[in-house]
Design a protein around this ligand. Structure first.
Ligand code: IPE
Ligand code: IPE
Ligand code: MG
Length: 233
């Protein structure tokens, strides 16, 4: 297999439906989903993928019942903290994209600590999108650009593709080559609208808790057969 995507971004969907199909509570699907996260990190490293982005919680997900929001928040904090030593050992650098202002001070500090303690990792960059949405990211980026114009640091006519990209949470990361959404839904749900401009899309039926090493390898096979043309002939 020659064509390995440098950056894979995954919309991890179907935890609730997976749980329901097993006669379990929704949160049990989220817990089972953590094992898929670990399997995909391992598989990404093994296959030489450089960036793996995981969409874990959208800005819209705050509208779910409070108990589920809290369960997701706790699971996220607990899992990243618990896995950090192993991630360091595996050479995985962790970065968070999305808003931070709605986290508690304690969580904010913990996230910063995880980013700094994994900063030396050079095998794989794991990008976790939590309280993320693409429109929110774009609004924040445009505000930053507008401020620079207002300060006289930048002229309006100097704003181009690169300037916008540099003000996104994903600044200095390559765009995703492959976007995967599990569970059979064929939509982006406010994920990387700018960055996925030329990404290949793959929508397997597999629910996220069942998306393990084999499913990841299958996605790589599907990608290798795609012909990316970027508008050219
Ligand atoms: C994905 O699974 C996890 C999050 C969106 C946080 P869902 O919770 O959306 O599961 P379904 O789509 O309802 O099955
Ligand atoms: C998208 O899944 C968000 C994440 C996977 C974190 P949702 O389940 O929230 O999206 P919709 O509601 O089906 O569009
Ligand atoms: Mg869903």
């Amino acid at each position: 297999m020659e064509k390995i995507p440098a950056h894979i971004a995954i919309i991890m969907d179907g935890n609730g439906r997976w749980a329901k199909a097993q006669g379990k509570e929704r949160y049990e699907g989220h817990i089972e989903g953590v094992a898929s996260v670990k399997a995909c990190i391992k598989a990404a490293r093994k296959h030489g993928v450089r960036y793996l982005t995981l969409y874990a919680f959208s800005t819209e997900n705050w509208g779910r019942p409070q108990a589920e929001v809290e369960a997701l928040m706790q699971l996220f904090c607990k899992s990243v903290t618990k896995e950090t030593p192993e991630l360091i050992e595996q050479g995985v650098q962790v970065r968070f994209i999305g808003r931070r202002d709605r986290f508690s001070e304690e969580v904010r500090e913990r996230l910063l600590h995880i980013e700094s303690s994994t900063a030396e990792g050079d095998k794989l960059t794991l990008v976790l999108a939590f309280d993320y949405s693409s429109r929110d990211e774009l609004v924040r980026a445009i505000r930053k650009v507008a401020e620079r114009v207002q300060n006289g640091e930048l002229k309006a006519e100097e704003i181009d593709d690169a300037v916008i990209s540099a003000h996104l949470d994903t600044a200095d990361m390559p765009d995703p080559d492959l976007v995967i959404r599990t569970s059979g839904e064929c939509r982006l749900s406010n994920f990387m609208l700018w960055q996925a401009s030329y990404a290949e899309m793959y929508f397997p039926q597999t629910m996220w808790p069942d998306f393990r090493e084999e499913a990841f390898a299958k996605a790589l096979e599907v990608y290798a057969e795609r012909d990316r043309r970027y508008g050219l002939l």
